[in-house]
Design a protein around this ligand. Structure first.
Ligand code: ADP
Length: 668
């Protein structure tokens, strides 16, 4: 979509405002141009005995004639000097007041139009973003998306507030001035316009160059800040590796770049205004000398090669009009170059917004009409499911899994085996390439998306709390819940007492993503949320992975209430905690390799038994490290199922051999 069409599309519904703003601009330019005339009328009357020639004003002037005497008038003069002076003064006043009123209206309308447009763009893009599939979101940088909603929209707003009005009034002013001057004397217009082309060139070139320099300065300043913050954050490393001098030099280089860019901007600025002033002075000097000479009636005519200004073409009054206009000429030129910048950033902003709007959102309503009930039983079935992320290889390579309603299933397997991916297919965060994902025997594609997701609760590794009160955060999935219901859910999640301990209790505010809560508290709030939501299907993606032992115990206790009576799919890497699940499913490189109860699998001597064995040995190894005789082996990082083949160095450590190599986390 082209930029003008983009604007027109999103300005829909604001046509009246836009029309009024345009009309105001016409009016404004007209008053600007006309306000040079009152002085001309007076001067021409006094110096040349000329009556003003204004359509429809004859009657008004005639009525004012009684204000002055006719003694000094020439026979051809109709109106008295006093009448012309009073009329001109009044005209000037009326024009100025009109101008002020229209300026007010125009600014106000332009600003509100821009704000309406901005709001509309923001909400449209945001709503669209929220409806785009996770697959797409996975490929975006969040900062960039936020910048589009804030920065790019602001650029477009700015163009509408300042730019478009300036553009229109600039063009109208230039045209109007030239037209009026040409009417007074086209030959003298040519003389007075000699400086216009060079002035135009200088203004445009300098404004663009200054803008570019400012941009470069801002970028360099950004880099300086970045380097400084990077170094200061890592100051311990800088000192530890004695990098002070190296970093100093690096920083100085960036500081120098900022200095150079800033200096260039300053130099350009220092040249620009004086150059313009000199040019304007040359133009005005030409105007007043040539014009003055002509108006005084000395030369009768002025000849410059082919151009001859005829006798009587320039009066003292016309000369003042020309002078006034030469000042009006400069502003539109300056605006024009400013406008080029505004337009180009707004246009590229619009492009970036359109890119988002062109993405196809998730299918909300199924193709086939869904006729079942609102609450599902919670039976989950995967039939030969194949899936991979866009542009990647297969992550699930034909998974068959049947989980009857109410069964608790644990998914285990090495990191990257596809556990998280598998559970994400159930709420249709992603769509399977092949095979079927069914809930209660119905393909997930055939459910209205909201209904499907309302029947699933998620508790992830790190739960996010939203801006708002604690109560709102628990009631997220059921905003109509009563205070008692919220408190009951919190009690079951073992977080009620903690909440009462906060100043404000349930009305305490949650700061930025829940920074004022510990990891364990956040998880328990998320569990309370899920208890209140009461969905038949529960997905737990290592909800205790990022917690310490104590917090983990608390969260596990809370989870026990939550899982009761639901279909549970739980991803876990602490195999020893899996005694209470009904079934364990072992995933390996996108395939289910083993399935059964804890007792069955640990006896079977297969993949699970091996993993269990390795994990036990691993814990033993960690235990021995604490004696201080060996390099410390850090336990698996959050979210990682580190039960990989134990490297030789570890083996030696575990088996009591010499640990001659430093052990590293992640060594395989
Ligand atoms: P697990 O939960 O078992 O650790 P995942 O399902 O997270 O495994 O990941 C399985 C594979 O899919 C990994 O190779 C991982 O790199 C890849 N993967 C996971 N998420 C994405 C994503 N959003 N985009 C592309 N690849 C992904």
């Amino acid at each position: 979509m082209s930029f003008p069409r983009f604007l027109i599309t999103h300005l829909r519904g604001q046509r009246l405002r836009v029309s009024v703003a345009v009309a105001m601009t016409f009016g404004l330019v007209a008053t600007d141009i006309l306000s040079a005339f009152p002085l001309k009328f007076i001067l021409d009357k006094v110096a040349h005995h000329q009556d003003p020639t204004i359509p429809f004003a004859g009657g008004l002037l005639g009525r004012l004639d009684s204000l002055g005497g006719r003694d000094e008038l020439l026979p051809a003069e109709v109106h008295t000097q006093m009448a012309v002076i009073v009329f001109s003064g009044a005209m000037f006043l009326v024009l100025s007041v009109l101008n002020a009123l229209m300026t007010h209206l125009q600014l106000r309308i332009a600003a509100s139009t821009a704000q309406n447009l901005g709001r509309r763009l923001r909400t449209t893009v945001f709503a669209h973003l929220a409806r785009l599939p996770l697959d797409w979101h996975g490929r975006q940088r969040t900062g960039d998306l936020v910048q589009r909603i804030t920065g790019n929209v602001a650029d477009i707003e700015k163009l509408v507030t300042d730019g478009l009005v300036d553009l229109l009034s600039g063009i109208l002013t230039l045209l109007g001035i030239v037209a009026v001057m040409a009417m007074l004397s086209w030959q003298f217009t040519v003389v007075s316009m000699v400086i216009a082309p060079p002035l135009f060139l200088i203004v445009v070139r300098y404004t663009l160059a200054i803008k570019a320099a400012a941009k470069r300065t801002a970028k360099a300043a950004g880099q300086v800040a970045e380097v400084a913050s990077e170094d200061l954050t890592a100051i311990a490393e800088v000192k530890g590796f004695t990098l002070e001098e190296r970093e100093e030099a690096n920083f100085a280089r960036h500081a120098d770049r900022q200095r150079a860019a800033g200096a260039r901007g300053g130099r350009l600025q220092s040249e620009f205004s004086p150059l313009v002033l000199i040019l304007l002075a040359v133009g005005n000097a030409t105007l007043i000398t040539v014009g003055g000479w002509l108006a005084a009636g000395h030369g009768h005519r002025f000849s410059l090669g082919v151009l001859t200004v005829p006798e009587g073409a320039v009066t003292v009054g016309s000369l003042t009009v020309f002078l006034a206009y030469s000042k009006l000429l400069y502003q539109p030129m300056k605006n024009l170059s400013k406008l080029m910048n505004l337009t180009s950033s707004a246009a590229s902003g619009a492009e970036r917004l359109q890119e988002i709007l062109d993405e196809i959102p998730e299918m909300i309503e199924p193709v086939r009409v869904y006729r079942g009930g609102e609450r599902l039983r919670g039976e989950v079935t995967l039939r030969n499911v194949v899936f991979g992320y866009e542009g990647g290889e297969q992550v699930l390579r034909g998974v068959d899994l049947h989980v009857p309603a109410g069964r608790r299933v644990a998914l285990v397997g090495l990191s990257g085996s596809g556990k998280t991916t598998l559970v994400k297919l159930i709420p249709r965060f992603f769509e399977a390439w092949a095979g079927e994902v069914l809930v209660d025997g119905v393909d997930v594609d055939d459910y209205p998306l909201d209904l499907l997701r309302d029947n699933i609760s998620l508790v992830l590794q790190e739960s996010v709390l939203f801006e708002g009160t604690v109560r709102e955060n628990i009631a997220l999935g059921r905003p109509d819940a009563t205070d008692e219901e919220v408190a009951a859910a919190a009690r079951k999640a073992h977080i009620h007492d903690t909440i009462l301990g906060l100043t404000g209790g349930y009305e305490a505010r949650v700061r930025e993503g829940g920074k004022n809560f510990s990891g364990g508290q956040r998880q328990r709030l998320a569990i309370a949320r899920a208890i209140l939501r009461d969905a038949p299907i529960l997905i737990l993606d290592e909800p205790t992975a990022s917690l310490d032992v104590e917090a983990e115990a608390e969260v596990m206790r809370a989870l026990q209430t939550l899982v009761r009576g639901r279909t549970v799919l739980m991803i876990s890497h602490r195999l020893s905690t899996l005694g209470s699940v009904d079934e364990i499913v072992v995933l390996d490189r996108g395939r289910i390799v083993e399935q059964g109860t804890y007792a069955e699998l640990s006896r079977a001597g297969g993949a699970f038994a091996r993993m269990l064995d390795e994990q036990n040995r691993f814990s033993a190894g960690v235990g021995r490290d604490r004696t201080g005789t060996h390099t410390v082996v850090r336990p698996a990082a959050a979210g990682e199922t580190r039960i990989l083949p134990v490297p030789p160095a570890w083996r030696r450590l575990i088996d009591g051999g010499p640990a001659d190599q430093p052990l590293q986390e992640g060594a395989r």
